[in-house]
Design a protein around this ligand. Structure first.
Ligand code: KG4
Ligand code: ZN
Length: 341
């Protein structure tokens, strides 16, 4: 079954064709990053306008690359949540129109469930249950996963998401946008023990598997103020050291919560997803844990893409689920068992 997947929740305008939930026939990602970079963050109005301008050609390219025409597509999946409402509307409505015009099934899917599915678009066999580690610009979630659509949230962030912390630190230091990949690269030449940034202690009411990034973010930004007060700027070495020390602590925060969940649940299979799953330090730290089986999506499927939407969409459509054409978008996740912030 060949499924067209459309993703437009944030700043990537993406479409892909995936066969039987596994084989990626095409995966087109048109990034808007250069258009938002000068604002150091995504401007929702610009994002939705660009999706509107690009979506037709992106879908056309996905079909052409797969050597298929509209008549070959047997189902359409699109992201309905979470994300920027104006952006989501563009992809979702395009998908509805495509499905209606071709009279084929349509399914609206959750972006975070799709990130969790991305690892399955390879030859790797993923068996349930496992612990999910979802780390992106908007979310940091540790969850127990019993099926592609059965996810119980164990922990989440009580303030900033991990990717957001990378982006905000990068913005203050002027490293560039988005910050994750830039800091990952800078950190490779740095000493990660040069700066001792604090690990958060568990706050009252906070769950054992919850994470917090606002303290770390503030500490790293305050370090910049110290350079400024002295009338100096960070040297190249100091910059790399700051990036490495921040990255080490940011990853440590995630891993501390994840390892608690491993200990308590006895689950030793971990599946990661989301833009931050591309982080080389996170990947190497988990690769070192011989007692765990850690599965990461390939790098090109960590960030937002249409293939993960098509893959997840297939799973629903194959068992006969469909969405009505009046389904609406939502800024927040609704698919998970415990609602999260
Ligand atoms: O999943 P994604 O593409 O979009 C959202 O759903 O949010 O994730 C984007 C986030 C951004 O915060 C970006 O800085 C971060 O993923 N990111 C990384 C890396 N590559 C992207 N964070 C750390 N290390 C990376 N290599
Ligand atoms: Zn995402």
């Amino acid at each position: 079954m060949k499924i067209l997947g459309i993703e437009s929740s944030c700043d990537e305008c993406a479409a892909a064709v995936v066969e039987d939930g596994k084989q990626v026939l095409s995966n087109i990602v048109a990034t808007q990053i250069p258009f938002h970079a000068r604002y150091n963050g995504v401007v929702p109005e610009i994002a939705s306008r660009m999706h509107t301008e690009w979506i037709y050609s992106v879908v056309e390219e996905a079909l052409n690359t797969a050597n298929l025409g509209p008549a070959d597509i047997e189902g359409v999946a699109a992201t309905a949540q979470p994300g920027l409402l104006g952006s989501l509307l563009v992809g979702l409505n395009f998908a509805k129109a495509f499905a209606w015009a071709r009279q084929i099934p349509f399914i609206a899917v959750d972006h975070m469930l799709a990130h969790l599915y991305a690892s399955q678009l390879t030859d790797v066999e993923v068996s349930y249950p496992f612990l999910g580690l979802l780390a992106s610009g908007g979310h940091s979630i540790i969850c127990r996963v019993d099926a592609f659509d059965m996810v119980s949230v164990l922990g989440t962030t009580i303030d900033d998401a991990v990717g957001e912390a990378f982006d905000k630190v990068s913005k203050h230091y002027g490293f560039g946008y988005p910050g994750g990949a830039v800091i990952d690269k800078l950190a490779k030449n740095g000493d990660d023990s040069a700066f001792d940034f604090p690990l958060p202690s568990l706050h009252k009411g906070q769950h054992r598997y919850d994470v917090s990034y606002s303290g770390l973010k503030t500490a790293v930004i305050n370090q910049l103020e110290q350079f400024r007060r002295k009338g100096t700027t960070a040297s190249d070495t100091e910059t790399a050291n700051i990036a490495a020390s921040f990255q080490k602590t940011a990853v440590e925060i995630l891993l501390r919560a994840l390892f608690r969940a491993v200990k308590d649940t006895g689950l030793t299979s971990i599946v990661a997803g989301g833009g931050v799953a591309a982080n080389s330090y996170l990947r190497s730290r988990l690769a070192e844990c011989r007692e765990l089986r850690c599965i990461f999506p390939p790098l090109n499927l960590c960030g937002d893409n249409g293939a993960m939407i098509a893959g997840l969409g297939y799973q629903y459509l194959a068992r006969g689920d469909k969405s009505p054409l009046n389904v609406v978008v939502s800024a927040r996740v609704k698919a998970f068992k415990r609602p999260y912030r």
